[in-house]
Design a protein around this ligand. Structure first.
Ligand code: SF4
Ligand code: SF4
Length: 115
């Protein structure tokens, strides 16, 4: 399952640098699968041109999480770091993007080029 950011976000920015997958973006920012991952490397067997193309922001006014990149911190930490650091507890489970731990591991390996 991915984590999502609710409308209670106060735009403090504390969560963004904590994400091991670079899945958190400031409102209004464009995002790429390759940001902060090995998917920018054309030698990566999982590389696709779409990975380096900029996508439109998912939110304009508050920080947002790219569910395609969020692994709930699986593979790095045993707890979601954004949930821990958010001062207003607005990082919550995203029930629209439910994945098993195994699927999250696969996603993490795709993002970081480990098979
Ligand atoms: Fe990033 Fe982890 Fe938060 Fe997902 S749960 S957005 S991987 S810090
Ligand atoms: Fe928003 Fe919480 Fe992230 Fe601060 S830590 S930007 S309040 S989601």
């Amino acid at each position: 399952m991915s984590i999502k950011i609710t409308e209670e976000c106060i735009n403090c920015g504390a969560c963004e640098p904590e994400c091991p997958n670079h899945a958190i973006y400031e409102g209004g920012k464009k995002w790429r699968m390759s940001d902060g991952t090995t998917l920018h490397d054309k030698k990566n067997p999982h590389f696709f041109m779409n990975d380096i193309i900029e996508n439109p922001p998912k939110k304009k006014d508050i920080y947002f999480i790219v569910s395609e990149k969020c692994t709930e911190c699986v593979g790095f930490y045993n707890k979601p770091q954004c949930v821990i650091i958010c001062p207003v507890q607005c990082c919550v489970p995203d029930n629209d993007n439910i994945e098993t731990k195994e699927e999250l591991f696969i996603k993490k390996n795709l993002l970081h080029g480990i098979n």
